[in-house]
Design a protein around this ligand. Sequence first.
Ligand code: KE4
Length: 431
Amino acid sequence: MKKTIQSEELFQSSLHLMLGGVNSPARAFKAVGGSPLFISGGKGSSIVDADGNQYIDYVCSWGPLILGHAFPEVVRAIQEQASKGTSFGAPTALEKHMAQLIVDAVPSIEMVRMVNSGTEATMSAIRLARAYTKRNKIVKFEGSYHGHSDAFLIKAGSAALTLGVPSSPGVPSSIADMTITANYNDIEQVQKIFSEHGKDIAAVIIEPIAGNMGVIPPLPGFLKQLEDLTDQYQSLLIFDEVITGFRVAYGGAQELYGINPDLTCLGKIIGGGMPVGAYGGKREIMEQMAPVGPVFQAGTLSGNPIAMIAGITTLEALKAPGIYNNLDSLAAKLEKGLKEQANEAGIKICINREGSMMCPFFTSGQVRDFSSATTSSTDQYNLFFWEMLKQGIYFPPSQFETFFISLAHTEKDIEQTLKASKITFQALLSK
Ligand code: KE4
């Protein structure tokens, strides 16, 4: 077992200052138990904790670091920009450059607004959809996460009902009443929701590849049917591509599946590791936003030069030929190896993967929605997590997240990971 004395000391001495010793619950190790590691640095595919232990990192800051940690060009660009100033509260050429990159990469986006997080992006997109359609209800999918604004902290009501109930204290039921929750990949249920509420539905918001209940790709045709259904009822289709944007293709999941959403939310990769979000879409819709239209949204550091230059450098690097094939083939190697080892050990596993985002579920069935995702043995996942961590592999500290591969990951990293997992699967058998 690696020594984590410094991490533990930092953790214990943070607890009375920061809730759970963290600034975001996903980092708290609540799902897997134990204390979170405090990380002191990262380079390429690896991170180093406060005790100097090195790990191959598959969290990648929950998605932004598709180039790996401390990518030299990104670091240099940030340093150079910082020497010229960090924020001016005025437009800069960098924001125009970023907007052009996004519009060129994602044809459904004709105009874009930069914000500072994925939450801001989705929250603003919903406000815009409600204003544009003059309707209030939204449809989301159980198990999907779109950030922490009130409209999304809703879980499905009782099985019969699809009207939401708050999943967090502090969310008024009046807000929850306006969010309808459906099952991912269940088009019949969405059709039923529209037949009952269609004229009141402002938008459907979806992760085109779910990444927050583990990874769940859309069933063939599901997204197209959603596109047709929202068109039929004049509701908007919002793609939350905070994870998938520039992750599964340069044009995101909408390029992969050939869908033309009305609005798209972005984050993570477009900031290259700096705080960022963006929402964009059809000009006619976006022009409802202030200062052109009446719908208000603002942000002191929206489009700030440091996040812009980090994101621009990242997106420019992602234009290199073969990038996405390389990511896909490396991730495929990991998927294949894990599947073979689990099968050899007689351990039930279902691995869902799209490109360089993937997730193992410890269950025998297919995982196609939240309820099938929850058939996974989280006990087995937690054991898997800790056994791999012991061997220097840092997977997400929760079953219901996404493993990411970056361009900095190497064949050697995959071999080392599979060497560790072979031992881990055997260890699982003895538990
Ligand atoms: P942020 O506000 O955390 O930048 O983005 C919210 C968000 C929106 N949409 C999707 C599809 C997302 O995955 C996220 C945030 N993802 C989580 C990880 N599953 C961030 C990790 C955390 O909350 O600390």
